[in-house]
Write a protein that binds this ligand. Structure first.
Ligand SMILES: NC(=O)c1ccc[n+]([C@@H]2O[C@H](COP(=O)([O-])OP(=O)(O)OC[C@H]3O[C@@H](n4cnc5c(N)ncnc54)[C@H](OP(=O)(O)O)[C@@H]3O)[C@@H](O)[C@H]2O)c1
Length: 307
């Protein structure tokens, strides 16, 4: 088992990936901006390094002496905070390009990269565009890689549960963009972790991109019905045209940072978020965890303080 350098270890997905790496016997080194948060999560089971991902020199100072065998790159954001200089381009594209360049210099065996389902040259959202540019930089770099594009990821720490819980505590009403017909194929975070860790030493995944999904396609409406059902909460769901939601989000994001829903998130719904070919089976060598089991585990975990 080798040495893994991971980014985004303090996030929702990162925690599961790190725990699985440790379970499999990897030596885990995390580059973070928040040392305290990482230490709180993993104590001294993970070696931690402060990194400014916008600086190649900062990355070099860590990676040159460390010489990791593998890199797992998870950093990503759902909304921009222009007031703080946090943009999709900076976090998704620039950070990735810097990491790829330094990874090449230090000669890692593979970089496992987090993208997202819906990432495409034609995608209208800046989230997906900047994820695509990062994918292209990696593919063209000459480094060995595996790219993953998950649909919505389910786990107790999924932000949607907290947002829906907080919004409907005040007023038990939510707006459904486009009547909530937009479809996801939610994937369990334990499957995502399994794919990232499994890909490191599986040469059949070299230089490939995998979509990650669960076993069921569900509409946004059904996802919310299941979530509120498991929370034991009665909520009125009001269909709302997408254009109205988009322009409302445009106004709200000028007033609130971070916004509860961004206009870019509305553009992310440019096409259904479902897999054409599910990579969970190919990488984990088993069926994905069923949606019904996953949503129950995730919401119950959220309610019992898992997030
Ligand atoms: N959640 C989903 O449903 C989903 C679906 C598809 C793809 N993805 C992708 O999966 C990845 C992980 O998502 P997640 O749900 O785990 O997100 P998350 O909980 O918000 O975690 C994001 C991670 O990125 C780090 N990060 C963000 N901005 C940073 C910055 N400016 N400098 C350094 N670190 C920064 C965060 O560090 P701090 O802890 O210091 O904030 C955290 O470790 C992202 O790339 C996301 O786009 C997620």
């Amino acid at each position: 088992m080798g040495k893994v350098f991971i980014t985004g270890a303090t996030g929702f997905v990162g925690r599961y990936v790190v725990n699985l790496l440790l379970e499999k016997g990897y030596e885990v080194h995390a580059g973070v901006r928040n040392l305290g948060k990482l230490k709180e999560l993993f104590k001294d089971r993970v070696k931690v390094y402060p990194v400014d991902f916008s600086s190649r020199d900062s990355l070099k100072r860590v990676l040159e002496p460390l010489k990791p065998d593998f890199i797992i790159h998870l950093i990503g954001i759902l909304y921009q905070e222009p007031g703080k200089g946090i943009t999709f381009y900076r976090v998704h594209t620039l950070f990735s390009k810097n990491l790829i360049e330094v990874a090449k210099e230090v000669g890692v065996k593979k970089l496992a990269h987090m993208s997202a389902l819906g990432t495409d040259d034609l995608a209208p959202s800046v989230y997906h565009q900047t994820k695509r540019w990062a994918e292209k930089a990696l593919i063209e770099s000459g480094l060995n890689y595996t790219i993953f594009r998950p649909s919505l990821i389910l786990g107790p720490e999924q932000r949607l549960f907290k947002d829906m819980d907080q919004i409907t505590k005040v007023l038990p009403v939510v707006a459904l963009p486009g009547g909530g017909s937009y479809r996801f194929q939610p994937v369990d975070v334990r499957d995502v972790a399994c794919a990232f860790v499994g890909a490191l030493e599986d040469t059949s995944t070299d230089r490939k991109t995998f979509e990650l999904c669960g076993d069921e396609e569900v509409s946004f409406k059904r996802l919310l019905e299941d979530t509120f059902g498991l929370m034991g909460r009665r909520v009125l769901m009001l269909p709302m045209p997408r254009k109205v939601m988009f322009w409302t989000a445009k106004v709200v994001e000028k007033l609130l940072e971070p916004p509860p829903l961004s206009s870019d998130q509305m553009l992310m719904m440019w096409k259904d978020n479902v897999c054409s070919c599910n990579g969970v089976g190919a990488v984990c060598k088993r069926e994905p965890i069923p949606y019904r089991e996953s949503i129950r585990w995730a919401v119950e975990g959220y309610l019992s303080g898992g997030s």
